[in-house]
Every structure is written in C-alpha cells, then in structure tokens.
Design a protein around this ligand. Sequence first.
Ligand code: HMG
Length: 420
Amino acid sequence: MTRKPAGIDAIAFHGPRCYLDMSDLAQARDVDPDKYRLGLGQTQMAVATPCEDTVTMATVAAHRALDRFGIDPGEIGTLIVGTETGVDHSKPVAVYVHEMLGLAQNCRTFETKHACYGAMAGLTSALDWIAAGRARGRKALVIASDIARYGIKTAGEPTQGAGAVAMIVGADPRLVELDSDTFGDYTRQVMDFWRPLYSKYAFADGHYSIECYLAAFTGAWRDACEQAGSWDRLRLEALDACFYHVPFVKMARKAHLRHCETEWGEAITRADADMAARVRTSYDAQVAPWLELNSVVGNIYTGSLFLAMADYLRKLTPEREGRRLSLFSYGSGCGAAFGTGVVSGGATASRNLVDPAVHLDSRVRLDIDRYEQLIRACETADHNEEPYPDPADWGLDKGLYYVGTRDHVRQYTGSPAETL
Ligand code: HMG
C-alpha cells in the first residue's frame, strides 16, 4: 500500500510585542555594533514582557495557523508543544493551549523537552502517529514556543529572543511533504547549555556549545544517509534550501560550512580559495535568503529552525514547488536530527498566509532602561503574590496575556483572536 505523504499543512509565527535593536544593546554594553550585526548576524531581538509567556505565544501562533489556513480546531487529534521554557514542572503548556483553542477531549496532548530539539521531537512523533494509522483523518498541531534568556550583561545576552511557531501536520500537506525515511538522529550527553530547575536563566559554555552543535550535525547527517539507503535525496545538489537551528544567524553559516565539509569529505579553510568560494556560493543560494526573520527575532530555541522555513515559505515562487529542502535541528545537552522534505505542489498560493510581516511591523522598540526593567520584572512575574503583572504597564492592548498567579494557579486574560 502506498502511503499518502504527510507533512506541514499550515504554519504561523507569533512573538512578543517588544524588541531591542542590537545597536542599542551594543552601545549600552560598550561593544562594537559590528560584533552583533556581522559577528553574530543579528539586527534585533524579540523581548517578552512579563505578560507574554510560552502559553500565550503558543496559543496565538496556533490560532493564527488554524484561522489563516481555514482548519477547524475539531480536526486536531494530537497537540504537542515543544518547549524548554515551560511554566510548570508537571502541567504541560499544551493543556493550557488545548483549552484556549477549544480542542476536542479525545485529542492527545503533551509537552516535549530536549532543549531546542523539543519541537523536532514533536514533529517526528506527529509523523509517526500519522504513519501508524492513529490519526483517522485528523491532523496534529505541533507548536514550538520559547523565551531565550541568559540575563543582563552575560555573553549570551545578544543571542536571546522569544516566539512561537505553530505547524499543522497532516496527510496531503499544502506546504511541505516530509520524508520520514530520510531522518537521521544523534544523541550525546554534553554540558554545553542547560538551565537548572532553580534558575530563570540558561547557563552556557558558549564556544563549546558551537563545537557540540557542529559535531551533532555530522552525526545526524551520517545517520540520515544510512537511514535513506542512498544519499541521492540528501546531497547538497538536490537541495533548494537548507534550514538549520539558528541560535544566531552566523551559526547557520557555520553549520552550512560543516554541511559542505561533511558531504565533500574535507576540511575547508580560507586558504583554499576555490573551495571557500564554493561554500560561499552555496550558502548565498541555499541558506542566507531565508534568515531574515531569525535576524530580527533572535533565538526562539525550539522554533528557530522552523522560523527559517517560514521565511522561505513566505517568499515562495512557483518554480520552487517540488524542490527538496533539508532540516537540521539541534538541542543542547544534546540531541539532533537531520532530514529532508519537498515543497508541495501549489504551496505558493499560501505564501501570504505564512507571512508575519503585519505582526512584526507592529512591534515596539524598547530603550535599554526599559529592556532591563522588563527583564527584572519577569524574574518575579510568576510568584504567587502581588503585584500581579498588568498588560497596560507594558503598553499591551488587546490580546491574550498572562496576568499573574493567584492561589498557585496561573491566570490569563483576553483571547488569541484579538492579538496583533
Ligand atoms: P562571544 O565570546 O561574546 O563572541 O560569544 P565571540 O568573541 O566568539 O564573537 C562572535 C563572533 O563575532 C566571532 O565570529 C567574532 O570574530 C565576531 P566567528 O569567529 O565565530 O565567525 N566579531 C566581530 N565581527 C565583526 N566586527 C567585530 C567583531 N567582534 C567579534 N567588531 C557566543 C558568542 C555565541 C558564544 C555567546 O553569545 C553565547 O554563549 N551564546 C549562547 C550559546 C549559543 O548560542 N550557542 C550556539 C550553539 S548551541 C545551540 O544552538 C543551542 C541553543 O539554542 C540552546 C538549546 O538548544 O536550547 C543555544
């Protein structure tokens, strides 16, 4: 029996209302702005207020995906939220989202965690659920939602961000068909980045984390080649675009260099001008054009890879339909996966539905004092005591917001439909 292809039928992004311009951060930290702009590749980073959390961002992104793509919430049979910034040690973010979207009670609902790899783990589980015949015509909603925070004046500060990407996964997808049989995996216990239960902030051994990321690429890519049987579908020549986990834009450049080196079987240095030019040409065509959203949102952990894919999809042109894409997910700690998919026929018709331009254009620029005040306010926003966070204090108008924890229960106000 030939299986119908399964993959991404709808996708939408939602992030916080405020952002910090990297030039303001550079000036405040007495750093050359080019270090952030060119060295890391970032121009802005999204900053969540105390009233925007993983739940509100996930719910709004999911509502947007359902609404724009005309999908009835009753069609959702699995809801998975991949996050490393959950709001409870026990209760999953997904169950709040389930209620706020009004999903059916026979929808299985859970949270996945493995740093930035959490949503990819959710996506592959959703594909397995469909392949196993458990979907019975329904779709899966997979959401990546996170707030990346290292703290004020840390090395990781310019690599923060926040946001959620919601994907609806089903048979006969309108956007991208995913080839499960090309997915390869990699796991290794490393202390490159972690966040102990007692800390609001992540700890990172930054330069080591880059090494771990690149080693994981090689491991996952090699496993993908073995899984796929032949590497015809994986080779760079067969790919129209390569999406990587993007903690900061420059990391995608490093990942692509490793991708070329792994496939071509040699280390490439600047001294080798011909090979370096080949990598640059490939990067400019297959990676760089799709990093615009990442450069203004920053690291959104689980969603970063899919944000790059959303950038590609919003710029889609008909001749790209049918072309192959690669996806590499890396989660510190560490876990990774590499696989491929194909742009669905007719996907271009949906490109405007994917575009988050209206939301991003409505964002408010923070000055550095306000940014630091906001970060400090977030440290106590989930305490079970007054003062409760008030959306109006942060310039937030209509929308879905977190408004404090009373009697140890998180409180929310508003609706996802009202959020810009
Ligand atoms: P740093 O030490 O502040 O920066 O840390 P640096 O000195 O390495 O400089 C960064 C780049 O800017 C370098 O480029 C410099 O040359 C360049 P590179 O050599 O790498 O190509 N530079 C300049 N360029 C132009 N003009 C200038 C200038 N000055 C310097 N004037 C680091 C940077 C990313 C390590 C730090 O911000 C950090 O620790 N971030 C957090 C950890 C992280 O993002 N790791 C990425 C890999 S792990 C991962 O992706 C998983 C993660 O998302 C978590 C999860 O899975 O949940 C993080």
